[in-house]
Design a protein around this ligand. Structure first.
Ligand code: XMP
Length: 372
């Protein structure tokens, strides 16, 4: 049985032990997510103000996120915000492959962190890496932004402290609560390091990013009361491989998006087109529909929610994603009333530039939780 008090005590003791006799300072990069915040707070508890908690604003945060995170940590640890969004945007603009985007993000992130470490003259840094991060990166499923791997970016020798490396998300939440982080933080849904970048699916463009940010705000506001494990919006071009609608033997109609997304098959990663399930009639079980595509090379199924006059290539398509999971290695789709999905869709269609809305009905596996 996991004992968060004992785990926190042991982590703090280990950090003190590892830095015993060392007279160097430590940079703790906080993203506002539960992992990095908990890792930083444990290190701050262990070593006090030798630790510099910083927030690198990559430009892929949700609305007002840096300020909200700083505010919610007031009294626990001070947080300095560094805004590098222009740098991230200029390096990523027009890049469209999921792994290329992730790799550039990671490279720019660590280059930036290296600059901050040099500026603060610290030789150590703390990361909120948890077990699934390195398991999935080693498995080749995707490039997690916080797995340094063979990156050779740091100009000086930097030592990395990863106090949560062997833990899973639910255990981290218990520790966070145990050490007095506000409920807003420990209950917070996970938010990936590359943030809205990996939900701005396909070619990275600023207008698409701004739409994702706006859509995320709406989806979070409405779905919050269901307390799903993770819920958000993603956007891609409302464009299809060919103009026609195909149908399965079961009568299910679908169109294939030009956009691609990641999924998992067995232990490996797939990166392939998604389908929009359109002409549903009769008594299909919505949450098993994805199985109809299991023998086809598609990464996930999205149920069309927008009224049928919408859609078809003029703007962006927004996908609503909501999943329930314990360990984030597998996940179920949250059962959301159709009425609620229609309410969200109505609000999303009012965002300028949005021409279609759907609900992602694919569990993990065969999809991943994020799109890229
Ligand atoms: P996937 O998409 O792999 O996501 O099913 C599983 C969990 O991991 C989060 N995630 C990330 N977290 N950096 C992070 O800090 C990343 O690069 C990253 N990619 C995915 C995702 O949000 C979900 O909670």
């Amino acid at each position: 049985m996991f004992n968060p008090r004992e785990a926190a005590r042991k982590i703090i003791e280990d950090i003190r032990g590892a830095l015993k006799g060392v007279d160097d300072c430590i940079v703790a990069a906080v993203s506002g997510g539960v992992d990095s915040t908990t890792a930083s707070a444990l290190t701050y508890l262990a070593l006090g103000d030798r630790v510099h908690p910083i927030f690198i604003d990559t430009g892929f945060m949700r609305k007002n996120e840096p300020q909200l995170v700083r505010e919610s940590l007031r009294g626990i640890m001070p947080l300095e915000i560094y805004n590098y969004s222009e740098r991230f945007y200029s390096e990523l603009l027009n890049k469209d492959d999921a792994e290329v985007k992730r790799k550039i993000f990671r490279e720019v992130f660590y280059r930036t962190l290296d600059e901050v470490l040099a500026r603060l003259e610290c030789g150590y840094m703390v990361q909120g890496t948890i077990a699934p991060d390195w398991i999935e990166t080693l498995g080749g499923i995707k490039t997690q932004h916080n797995i340094i791997g063979d990156l050779n970016i740091f100009r000086r020798r930097i030592r990395v402290i990863e106090p949560l490396r062997n833990l899973y998300k639910d255990q981290v939440r218990l520790i966070a609560r145990e050490i007095g982080l506000p409920e807003k933080i420990w209950r917070r849904q996970p938010f990936p390091g590359p943030g809205l970048l990996i939900r701005t699916v396909g070619r990275f463009e600023l207008d698409k990013l701004n739409i994702v940010r706006e859509a995320t705000d709406i989806v979070e506001e409405i779905l919050r009361e269901y307390s799903p494990s993770q819920y958000f919006a993603a956007a891609w071009e409302d464009a299809y491989l060919d103009n026609g609608t195909a149908s399965l033997d079961s009568g299910i109609e679908y169109r294939v998006f030009k956009a691609r997304a990641t999924g998992v098959r067995g232990d490996s990663r797939v990166y392939s087109h998604m389908v929009l399930v359109t002409g549903l009639s009769g008594s299909h079980d919505l949450y098993s529909l994805y199985k109809s595509f299991e023998d086809k090379p598609y990464s996930r199924s999205i149920l069309n929610i927008a009224p049928s006059e919408h859609g078809g290539g003029q703007g962006y398509f927004i996908s609503i994603r909501s999943v329930d999971t314990v360990d984030f290695m597998t996940a179920e789709v949250t059962r959301v009333d159709m009425g609620v999905l229609e309410e969200i869709s109505e609000r999303l269609l009012r965002i300028k530039g949005v021409s279609g809305v759907g609900f992602d009905i694919t569990p993990k596996p065969p999809a991943t939780i994020e799109y890229e």
